[in-house]
Ligand binder design. Structure first.
Ligand code: SF4
Ligand code: SF4
Length: 171
């Protein structure tokens, strides 16, 4: 397996320089004639080898840059697995009020994530579901593309997947 290079400065600049291009591409995708299921299948087919070819342990940009939302069961699992008393975890690391404003149960207080050590997750086996799932392309790629494109400048997996999708759709 040949790993794809991770150049965070390059993709951050691309997201700024090509903002209009990505915006127009969003409308192009929304008007594409494929069904939602066909488009989702195409995106998954493109994304799978890219996910395999990018070493997240050399990146960790999402852990540094994004709000990490978690559920009550995420917090319980994390506390139990990392031997942190649940009350202390909630007091020290989880902001319930800020999460509530966004209709979520909890969000980590700190950015970068307090569990990031270097470029590695120190609670990997017990990390929240949202960490396990990122980046999410499907279902409903067509109707979530605006949010996905918001990550094009920070996540190499998203950047390369959108690049290849643009080529595949003849953009
Ligand atoms: S819990 Fe781990 S995977 Fe999730 S944001 Fe923090 S360091 Fe990253
Ligand atoms: S999911 Fe994206 S931003 Fe997060 S570590 Fe992997 S390549 Fe980097």
């Amino acid at each position: 397996m040949i790993l794809l290079p991770i150049d965070l400065a390059f993709i951050a600049a691309e997201a700024i320089n090509r903002a209009d291009d990505y915006d127009a591409f969003r409308y192009f995708v929304e008007l594409d004639e494929r069904t939602d299921a066909e488009l989702d299948a195409l995106v998954e087919k493109i994304a799978a080898p890219i996910i395999a070819a990018i070493d997240c342990k050399q990146c960790a940009n999402c852990c540094r840059s994004l709000d990490v939302y978690l559920t009550e069961s995420d917090a319980e699992r994390l506390a139990a697995g990392s031997f942190i008393p649940l009350e202390r975890l909630l007091n020290d690391t989880v902001d319930r009020d800020r999460a509530d404003e966004n209709g979520e149960w909890g969000v980590f207080r700190h950015k970068p994530c307090q569990f990031l050590k270097g470029k590695l997750c120190s609670v990997y086996e017990h990390r929240p579901e949202s960490c396990r799932m990122y980046p999410v392309f499907t279902p409903d790629f067509r109707w979530t593309i605006e949010e996905i494109l918001g990550g094009v400048g920070l996540c190499p997996i998203i950047y390369h997947t959108i690049e290849q999708l643009q080529q595949e759709l003849g953009w």
